[in-house]
Design a protein around this ligand. Structure first.
Ligand code: SAM
Length: 333
């Protein structure tokens, strides 16, 4: 039976982080000064196993979840990830199983993932300018290999979305390049306002390029018109190119928060349940999964969701953005 929180919001989407490690050091997400050689990532035994993830996912599906997104860290770093995809895709025929990746390893992984039952994939790509991209991922990774990953995914039959985080002064000049490149390819691009997640990226409101500015920048070159939301809780505002070359989305989580419609839950790689991306604390499901009382899993998750009152983005102020929140690489984007 379904469940709603204190604000009447059901749980529809579950984001599952399968690792807190990443092969990139994007300056706005896992800056090297914080995530350097000394940084202690989770030891393997602390990660949920694929069996444990599947058990949790099944409970969430019983509670109303219709979409699972695998994320991280970089999910393709988790060995045999396609086995997890196959197990999750088998839970229910109508379940939408998807994955967010930086695509560094996608060229070799696209086919096994598609064969395992993945139908859609989201690739993060912040610039087509090789110099800017290498500086943003901070491990000197070339754009060409991400583009090769995107092509491999499309060839394997995966539907591809491209996510672009826009940070003022860093990659705003890339917005038009990316729009131009993916128009007419069938790959929808979504531009995302830079958010104050975590505590290590030194976020300032001035760094945010508002979604309205992004839409007008693109619309000045390629006229756009707004589209209706496809479903309740859709985070992207959608626009279509008037010349029929497809659509784009913008995610205005800072300038137009959408907490009222937030139906997302998140599981960190070590099995903590978070009911908000900006949470400070999670609920330990792993302890329950590994104890004799794991039968209480559904009851516990239901109780956490029923208590949920989070609406961080609607309450955001300069003070809240300085809180010690969990990092995006840990909780999963
Ligand atoms: N490694 C995978 C990837 O690159 O897509 C999945 C994890 S990553 C944390 C998920 C997404 O979060 C990426 O698209 C990344 O750009 C985005 N992200 C990270 N920090 C962000 C921030 N401060 N504001 C907005 N998006 C952010």
């Amino acid at each position: 039976m379904g469940v709603v929180d204190t604000l009447g919001r059901p749980v529809r989407d579950l984001r599952i982080s399968v690792t807190d490690r990443c092969n990139f050091r994007c300056v706005y997400c896992m800056p090297k000064e914080v995530f350097g050689h000394e940084y202690r990532f989770l030891p393997r035994r602390e990660l949920l196993t694929f069996e444990e993830i599947e058990r949790v996912a099944r409970v969430f599906v019983d509670l109303g979840v219709r979409k699972l997104r695998i994320t991280g860290g970089e999910p393709l770093l988790r060995r045999d990830l396609e086995h997890l995809i196959a197990a999750l895709a088998a839970i229910d025929d109508d379940l939408d199983v998807t994955l967010t990746t930086n695509a560094a390893l996608l060229a070799q992984k696209a086919r096994p993932l598609a064969d395992a039952g993945l139908s859609r994939i989201t690739v993060s790509l912040d610039s087509l300018d090789d110099e800017v991209f290498r500086a943003m991922n901070d491990v000197d990774f070339p754009v060409a290999r991400v583009l090769a990953g995107i092509d491999a995914a499309a060839e394997a039959g995966l539907q591809v979305k491209v996510n672009v985080v826009v940070k003022r002064g860093l990659n705003e000049a890339s917005v038009l390049d990316i729009a131009r490149r993916f128009r007419g390819t069938g790959h929808t691009v979504r531009f995302i306002e830079y958010m104050d997640v975590g505590a290590s990226n030194g976020w300032r409101l001035d760094d945010v390029v508002p979604a309205v500015e992004i839409v007008s920048m693109i619309g000045a070159e390629f006229p756009l018109e707004p589209l209706e939301a496809a479903y309740r809780g859709e985070v992207a505002e959608r626009y279509r190119y008037l010349d029929g070359a497809g659509e784009i989305g913008v995610i205005a989580s800072v300038t137009q928060p959408f907490c009222g419609d937030c139906t997302r839950a998140r599981i960190s790689a070590d099995g903590k349940l978070y009911t908000c991306l900006f949470a400070v604390r999670g609920h330990d499901l792993r302890a329950l999964l590994r104890s004799d009382s794991s039968g209480d899993l559904e009851e516990t998750i239901r109780a956490v969701w029923e208590r949920r009152a989070d609406r961080y983005s609607e309450l955001r102020t300069a003070e809240t953005s300085a809180l010690r929140k969990v990092e995006m690489s840990y909780i999963g984007g």
